[in-house]
Design a protein around this ligand. Structure first.
Ligand SMILES: NC(=O)c1ccc[n+]([C@@H]2O[C@H](COP(=O)([O-])OP(=O)(O)OC[C@H]3O[C@@H](n4cnc5c(N)ncnc54)[C@H](OP(=O)(O)O)[C@@H]3O)[C@@H](O)[C@H]2O)c1
Length: 343
């Protein structure tokens, strides 16, 4: 047995969540790794999954399931054919990470780079690959272009800012307060705009060459009309998520797209992986090249969340938008250091 956040019915209030004893996860597929979780990261998706508010809750993700999507840990058992030997530190994304252990297909994890702690790797998680896939694989961001990163202080946003800089683009980051502005400036954002400013979209345009607008918009928050206003003629916008929408999706007037001859892409990392597993390998590998060349810095939210029991409060802080970067919960740091857990 082990402790985990089993969702057998969706909750109305995140404070209702409690860890409980569940069966130890056993390897099912021939590529499954058994992993002892040391850290789990809190994402917008987890908050929605707990409440049944995510589009995936209509089809793929229904109770009973274990909450949590991003983690770092240590392989405890692997198939003989696997390159991940027991003892390897890994990070990645798989449903069921708010738990002491998880079984994950080896394609969903990567080895933790030597110079990163498991907390660092957990903070980057699959968000790095999602952001690289959106900006480069799908929206074809290039050196010399200008990228507008909406939700720039969030888990995907902090990585997107760094990817756009690594590509050689000028970055305009949009955030909600001064502390978050400081976070993205430290990551290299060239310009920062607060979305509370009236007509912030005009300010974005003023920051571009001849006030024409940006080449690419990265939108994980659901501000498509605003994004289009910021785009130049023939610009590109990639829709990644709807973090600002509270489940109510924006309706966009189609003439806006025609008038500027823009291209709007959608990118659904998980579904792309299910349909085209070869794409996800490319996306992960290209993102990891940036990690290896030290272009990516993990951004861990300053509050420490210790133990599984701290997850409900961490999710509430995420919902109240106190956090920036990734809030990381330390589930079993002793295991990473090779220590016995204190009894
Ligand atoms: N397409 C995919 O494959 C994929 C994969 C993973 C996640 N996602 C989606 O991507 C989105 C972001 O995920 P995440 O984990 O990065 O979330 P997160 O860490 O919670 O960050 C959310 C961001 O949204 C901003 N935000 C929230 N409400 C806002 C508002 N009213 N106006 C402007 N900005 C607002 C927050 O900034 P402030 O705090 O400053 O307001 C924060 O920067 C989610 O919708 C998630 O479902 C998509």
């Amino acid at each position: 047995m082990m402790k985990a956040f089993l969702i057998d019915k969706f909750v109305k209030d995140l404070a209702e969540l409690r860890p409980r004893e569940v069966a130890f996860p056993e390897q099912k597929g021939h590529r499954d790794l058994q992993i002892q979780i040391t850290h789990a990261a809190l994402t917008h998706v987890d908050m929605l999954y707990a409440q049944g508010l995510h589009q995936n809750n209509r089809r793929h993700i229904k109770p009973p399931f274990i909450l949590g999507t991003e983690f770092a840990g240590i392989v405890t058992k692997s198939p003989p054919s696997s390159s991940f030997r027991p003892g390897t530190r890994v990070f990645g994304s798989c449903l069921g990470s708010f738990a002491e252990n998880i079984c994950a297909d080896e394609g969903t994890v990567r080895e933790v780079p030597q110079r990163w702690t498991n907390a660092d790797a957990c903070a980057v998680g699959a968000s790095g690959a999602v952001s690289w896939g959106s900006l480069v694989f799908v929206a074809h961001l290039k050196k010399g272009e200008t990228a507008l990163i909406l939700g720039a202080s969030g888990g995907l946003g902090v990585i997107a800012v760094q990817i756009a800089k690594a590509v050689g683009a000028k970055v305009i980051a949009v955030v909600g307060d001064n502390e978050k502005a400081g976070v993205v400036r430290d990551l290299g954002a060239d310009e920062v705009v607060d979305y509370h400013e009236p007509q912030w979209e005009n300010k974005v345009k003023q920051l571009t060459k001849d006030e024409e607008g940006v080449d690419v918009v990265f939108d994980p928050i659901g501000a498509i009309e605003s994004g289009i206003r910021c785009l130049k003629y023939r610009g590109r916008l990639v829709i990644v998520g709807f973090a600002a929408r509270g489940g109510k999706i924006e309706e966009v007037r189609a003439n806006r797209m025609l008038l500027k001859s823009i291209t709007v892409y959608g990118y659904r990392f998980g579904e792309d992986g299910r349909r085209f597993p070869e794409n996800i390998i490319v996306v992960w590998n290209e993102f990891m090249k940036l990690v290896e060349s030290r272009k990516i810095k993990p951004v861990i939210y300053k509050e420490k969340f210790e133990g599984l029991a701290s997850i409900p409060q961490a999710l509430i802080d995420l919902k109240e938008r106190k956090t920036w970067g990734r809030a990381v919960v330390r589930i079993n740091e002793e295991a990473e250091r090779g220590e016995r857990p204190k009894l």
